[in-house]
Design a protein around this ligand. Sequence first.
Ligand code: DAT
Ligand code: MG
Length: 137
Amino acid sequence: MATEETLVLIKPDGVARGLTGAILARIEAKGYSLVDIRLVEPTRERLAQHYAEHEGKPFYEPLLEFMMSGPSVAIRLAGNRVIEGFRSLAGTTDPTTAAPGTIRGDFGRDWGVAVQQNLVHGSDSPESAQRELGIWF
Ligand code: DAT
Ligand code: MG
């Protein structure tokens, strides 16, 4: 079986709060391999591609504004079953109810804004991973 790859983003809230090291430590401790890593300040065009599936939803504009509020760390991450493995490490989308022990559950909360600031992104399927890796790398 070929080793799988996924796109992980440490979003602007994670970078601004100084959690990059803590999040990377969890990824490394789990045993996944960093293939490439870079700090990116994405354009609206890049984000519109990345979040195309959410266009038209109420949180779409706040989501793009939030993602343009500062740099994100983009990571090409590799390992067997890394797509589902990273999403398990990240926890569910809403940080208020994400399980303790997950990145979102331990470091996230509701800040009273229109978009869920939930620290990380992870691709949700092999097709998404290939598409998203092409957008960020
Ligand atoms: P995930 O990041 O867990 O894959 P998603 O792809 O459904 O979640 O949504 C992308 C991002 O959009 C998510 O990380 C935070 C934001 N978001 C999703 N649903 C939301 C909602 N109901 N209200 C506010 N922000 C939301
Ligand atoms: Mg998603």
